[in-house]
Ligand binder design. Structure first.
Ligand code: ADP
Ligand code: ZN
Length: 213
């Protein structure tokens, strides 16, 4: 099962991907996580990506397309994958289609998690992420058992630089301009499934389980 996660920044793609990863034993490939990992390790890719990310802008297509193609060629993607945060532009969507065609594969589901902007803005203000494993929490909606500490690995929780309110506004603007057109694109491809992203985490899990079996 090959799945793409669509939706605005902060719509919950990371949380829902983790659920699907566990349920269907598929690798969860999150381009934002890959970039953050590269920044942490101060790689060349990380250095190139950082300034775009801190400003709430997209990293240029050429940096991300080859990275994803490379990742999808790995053995663990043969039985399927969850792509979270990619594609984010029409150029990326077309490149993905070609990469998959070369592998004799195609997208089965493009899941769009729908959330209004004001909902996103409020959610991002409370989002906290683990420095150790990248797990995502919310001060009010998904609090960790112990304040400031990751339930999964005991790591320290922090607020991402790009979750600052001004940057969130910029990311939403970029989302509407660059990424929202993909909803039409995947509708035309016949693989789009829309999910209300505002109904709470566990309700979304139920909807996903019913939808995907
Ligand atoms: P969110 O979904 O909450 O916006 P991500 O972790 O997916 O966060 O992405 C964080 C940042 O990483 C993006 O704002 C962008 O700068 C960069 N990024 C991630 N994926 C892509 C992509 N496919 N194309 C371009 N930039 C990307
Ligand atoms: Zn952790």
């Amino acid at each position: 099962m090959n799945i793409i996660m669509l939706g605005a920044p902060g719509a919950g793609k990371g949380t829902f991907s983790a659920f699907l990863e566990e349920r269907y034993s598929l690798p969860h490939i999150a381009t934002g996580d890959i970039f953050r990992e590269n920044i942490k390790n101060n790689t060349e890719l990380g250095q190139k990506a950082k300034s775009y990310m801190d400003q709430g802008l997209l990293v240029p297509d050429e940096l991300v397309v080859s990275l994803v193609a490379d990742r999808l060629s790995k053995d663990d993607c043969k039985a399927g994958f969850i792509l979270d945060g990619f594609p984010r532009t029409l150029v990326q969507a077309e490149a993905l289609k070609e990469t998959l065609a070369d592998m004799g594969a195609q997208i089965d589901y493009a899941l769009d998690f729908e959330c209004p902007d004001d909902f996103i803005i409020e959610r991002m203000a409370g989002r906290r992420v683990c420095k150790g494993c990248g797990a995502s929490y919310h001060l009010v909606n998904v609090p960790p058992k112990q304040e400031g500490i990751c339930d999964v690995c005991g790591g320290e929780l922090y607020q991402r630089e790009d979750d600052a309110p001004e940057t969130v506004a910029k990311r939403l603007e970029v989302y509407h301009k660059e990424t929202q057109p993909l909803i039409d694109y995947y509708e035309k491809e016949g693989v789009l499934k829309c999910v209300d992203g505002t109904i709470g985490r566990d309700n979304v899990f139920k909807v996903l389980a019913e939808m995907l079996g």
